[in-house]
Design a protein around this ligand. Structure first.
Ligand SMILES: [Zn+2]
Ligand SMILES: [Zn+2]
Length: 443
């Protein structure tokens, strides 16, 4: 199976390009490839496999211009040019993972994939004393949905681009003037540029390009700005204290809340419902609004079986950008549930659990309770791990009052229903019963 590598469709109107055919799963995995369409901001990224004198020149330019970049490196650079790599980190750049052996990893099994990543992380730590960022650029830009799942399991953010050009062949370097024109004619808001820092042409024109763009009002950002919105542990504690965010209820009695995100799904949701029914367990289903069309009977059964439904946005954006955008997402799903099922959800769970303090404030001001999960109880079943791994995550660490995170819409083979068949009787044996989230947090 060959999947197309990452690509973008350039245009000459300075609009943000369409990338990878607009495939929706790209955003589901939190890939970074474009910044805000509203802001004149540019992100420089460099794939740095070795040094030929031009990587140092590139760093000199970035330092003079006080512009941050992200360098995706390979082992050779760490070993042969340790001082240069340390300098990247020390001068405020991000150092990301470009794999250990620079092979096409699009169909690589998880264990081999993990080794490619962790071997480079270990080497980097050993040589530099620093910790490598969790940013990853797939070699050759080659990937499949499986690759992105592997990244998710390892906590890696895949970083692609919205502009690149033929700058990598040292024997066929582009003409500097033509290269400069090409870059400037493709500039767009939120541009993520892929450059090769070994390119003599890039080394010659980079400073000129940066100065020109600064004069046009562009700012240079670091790609970690584009990673998903987050709250600090202290912020979360504050909102939990105020009864706005819930992730467990240790005083709720001998109960747990089973939660299922991302459905409804025509096959996976009924399988989960069958197991819950068999053991007399109640659960909470955080549905994605756009998945409801065609699956109305599934939603109807969730309600008829006595489970709770929560709002998980309409399109599952991992980066909503603003509180208003997130509210709009929530409102669309609530309206659909009200008009079709006469049901008003009171619980809201942000996609990926990614939410900022101001988003929590607006969601709660609209009457929702924001529900996360017990941090030990993230089964990561959506990454399609073996059944045993889901079972172990729950049975090893579960405590009374936990909110357990599952998914009833998983790409590929879902381990969830099978895992529940093992988990539920064992927890019943241990004296647990299963309640909805609203019951758990009221208890
Ligand atoms: Zn490469
Ligand atoms: Zn989700």
């Amino acid at each position: 199976m060959t999947a197309p590598g990452w690509y973008f469709k350039p245009n000459s109107e300075h609009r943000q390009p369409e990338v990878y055919g607009g495939e929706a799963f790209i955003d589901k995995y939190g890939c970074v490839y474009l910044g805000s369409s509203e802001e004149k901001v540019i992100y420089l990224t460099f794939d740095a496999g070795y040094e030929n004198g031009n990587v140092e020149k590139t760093l000199d330019v970035l330092k003079r211009q006080e512009v941050p970049g992200t360098f995706f490196i390979l082992p050779n650079l760490v070993k042969s040019n340790t001082a240069l790599v340390k300098r990247m980190h020390e001068e405020g750049h991000l150092v990301g993972n470009h794999s250990y052996s620079h092979k096409n990893m699009s169909n690589m099994p998880f264990e081999a994939f993990e080794k490619e990543i962790t071997d480079l992380e270990a080497l980097y730590a050993e040589y530099t004393g620093y910790t490598m960022s969790k940013l990853f650029r797939p070699p050759e830009g080659a990937f499949t949905e499986q690759t992105l799942q592997n990244c998710a399991r390892l906590g890696l953010t895949p970083v692609f681009w919205s502009f690149a050009y033929a700058d990598w062949d040292n024997n066929k370097q582009p003409d500097p003037q033509a290269a400069k024109e090409k870059i400037l004619s493709n500039v767009h808001n939120g541009m993520v540029m892929l450059l090769h820092p070994t390119s003599a042409t890039n080394a010659a024109i980079l400073e000129d390009v940066i100065v020109t763009l600064k004069n046009e009002g562009y700012r240079f950002g670091r790609v970690d700005e584009l990673c998903v919105p987050q709250t600090t542990a202290a912020e979360l504690d504050y909102y939990k204290e105020k009864g706005m965010v819930f992730s467990e209820n240790p005083n709720g009695g001998k109960v747990v809340a089973l939660t299922f995100d991302d459905g409804p799904h025509p096959e996976q949701t009924p399988k989960v419902l069958d197991v819950l029914e068999k053991y007399g367990a109640k659960g909470t289903f955080f549905v994605i609004g756009k998945n409801i069309a065609g699956n109305e009977a599934v939603v109807r059964r969730i309600l008829d079986d006595g489970h709770e439904i929560g709002n998980h946005t309409y399109t599952h954006p991992l980066r909503s950008g603003s509180s208003d955008a997130l509210l709009e997402e929530a409102a669309k799903t609530t309206e659909l549930l009200e008009s079709t099922f006469d049901y008003s959800p009171v619980l809201f769970r942000p996609p990926g659990g990614n939410i900022s303090g101001s988003m929590i404030e607006s969601i709660c001001a609209s009457g929702y309770k924001c529900v996360l999960w017990s941090w030990r109880m993230d089964t990561r079943d959506w990454a399609s791990p073996p059944v045993e791994s889901v079972v172990q995550t729950v049975l090893r660490d579960v405590k009374f009052g936990d909110i357990i995170l599952f998914h009833d819409n998983v790409y590929g083979t879902s381990p969830t229903a099978e895992a529940l068949e093992i988990i539920l009787p064992e927890l019943i044996e241990r004296g647990y019963s299963f309640v909805t989230v609203s019951e758990l947090i009221a208890g």
